[in-house]
Design a protein around this ligand. Structure first.
Ligand code: NAD
Ligand code: DAU
Length: 362
């Protein structure tokens, strides 16, 4: 791809956990213009973008990616050189209790975005057509379960075998994106990454949930035995990887992105407890260590046992490697939650959500 000095990058889901990290990175480290389109579901928080929201290269438009008419106007007005598509329903447990929104946003929304994007792209000049990229951000969960054995890694060629409604919806969207490349020639790229963690992570996910529950003296729920393994990737390493991919990757390529950090869930929770025992020695809840709050609860239905990424392709072809070790990244994350109580309070009380809904009535 020809790298423009000043690209217009359209980001979907930029008010979410990873999307906001990508936008903070792009505004701070590059000269590109960014348009963030986001529906602001329960998981979208513009507060996560506060430090860059006054930058003249950043704009926000409250938009649902299933709304074809709005998307068409947005493409015409903003004239993007690239799309980074992160908008999705992202939480596995929610997909198990209620899957309709996952089908709607992750599958129908991706379809609408692809179609609007294709209509826009087809009318670009030959040069702009060639350099355009539709970057679809997906998950390692599409590959299914690596099972009990400690060997084996997900490669870009691993067959798809999704287990949950969430991962099935993401697998469907990946198939649509590849079909739009093969059939219509849309210059797409797909990345499949492992579990992200870091600042601004919504406190329904294991790491922020554990930190915040512990600080409130609440139980720390571990599903099943806690022996399941995830490959943790620091969100700022991921943002850097996505930028490498969108600016350097050839159209049609797929890259797996992982942190080389395989950890059992029980070990993750114990490490957080150790950090909190050091940083916030507990005097309130009648416990000697935060580990006393660990509680084994019934397992997640269909729970995949192990995910682990082979990230050698992105390393060899694009020169990206993760910089954060799990211990350093986890310490930074715990410290961030300790120092950003205001962000947490607003999200937990819903006060921020009510305020922001009024600001951006569509
Ligand atoms: P998130 O839930 O934190 O954020 C998702 C964002 O999408 C929110 O801001 C939400 O408001 C927005 N959104 C949801 N539905 C929308 C719609 N219909 N129209 C417009 N915006 C909508 O998710 P995340 O953790 O930041 O994940 C971002 C992407 O990365 C997702 O596609 C997810 O599948 C993928 N992913 C996430 C992880 C992870 O560990 N978090 C790992 C692998 C892949
Ligand atoms: O692998 C990438 C995926 O990682 C992304 O595609 C998803 O969007 C993202 O949500 C994440 O999915 P997980 O299901 O792995 O994340 P979660 O934080 O919900 O769970 C991590 C592990 O911890 C998982 O094995 C389930 C377990 N868990 C989770 C919670 C919330 C618990 O044991 N207790 C809990 O309370």
């Amino acid at each position: 791809m020809k790298e423009f000095n000043f690209m217009n990058i359209l980001i979907t889901g930029g008010a979410g956990f990873i999307g906001s990290a990508v936008i903070r990175y792009l505004i701070k480290e590059t000269d590109h213009k960014i348009l963030n389109i986001d529906k602001l579901t329960y998981a979208g928080n513009l507060e996560s973008l506060k430090e860059i929201s006054n930058n003249s290269r950043y704009q926000f438009c409250k938009t649902d990616i299933t709304d074809k008419e709005s998307l068409t106007k947005i493409f015409q007005q903003f004239q993007p050189n690239a799309v980074m598509h992160l908008a999705a329903e992202s939480h596995v447990d929610r997909s198990i209790s209620s899957s309709a929104e996952f089908i709607q946003t992750n599958i129908v929304g991706t379809f609408q975005l692809l179609e609007v994007c294709r209509q826009y792209w087809i009318n670009l000049s030959e040069e702009k057509k060639q350099s355009f990229r539709f970057h679809h951000i997906s998950t390692d969960e599409v590959y299914g379960d690596l099972g009990e054995s400690n060997s084996g890694l997900f490669k870009e060629t691993t067959p798809y075998a999704p287990s949950s409604p969430y991962s099935a919806s993401k697998a469907s969207s990946d198939h649509l994106v590849r079909a739009w490349h093969r059939t219509y020639g849309l210059p797409i790229i797909i990345t499949n990454c492992s579990n992200n963690y870091g600042p601004y992570h919504f406190p329904e996910k294991l790491i922020p949930l554990t930190i915040l529950n512990a600080l409130q003296g609440k139980k720390l729920p571990i599903y099943g035995t806690g022996e399941q393994i995830r490959d943790w990737l620091y969100v700022e390493d991921h943002a850097r990887a996505l930028y490498q991919v969108v600016t350097k990757a050839k159209a049609g390529e797929t890259y797996n992105i992982g942190g080389h950090n395989q950890q059992k869930n029980i070990d993750v929770v114990q490490k957080i407890c150790n950090l909190l025992d050091e940083l916030v020695p507990n005097k309130t809840y009648g416990i000697s260590s935060y580990k006393d709050l660990i509680t084994f609860v019934p397992d997640r239905p269909g729970h995949d046992i192990r995910y682990a990424i082979d990230a050698s392709k992105i390393k060899n072809e694009l020169g990206w490697v993760p910089q954060e070790s799990f211990d350093s990244g986890l310490r930074k994350t715990v410290l961030w939650y300790l120092n950003n109580q205001e962000w947490v309070d607003r999200i937990l009380t819903g006060e921020y959500k009510n305020w922001i809904q009024k600001q951006y009535q569509s």
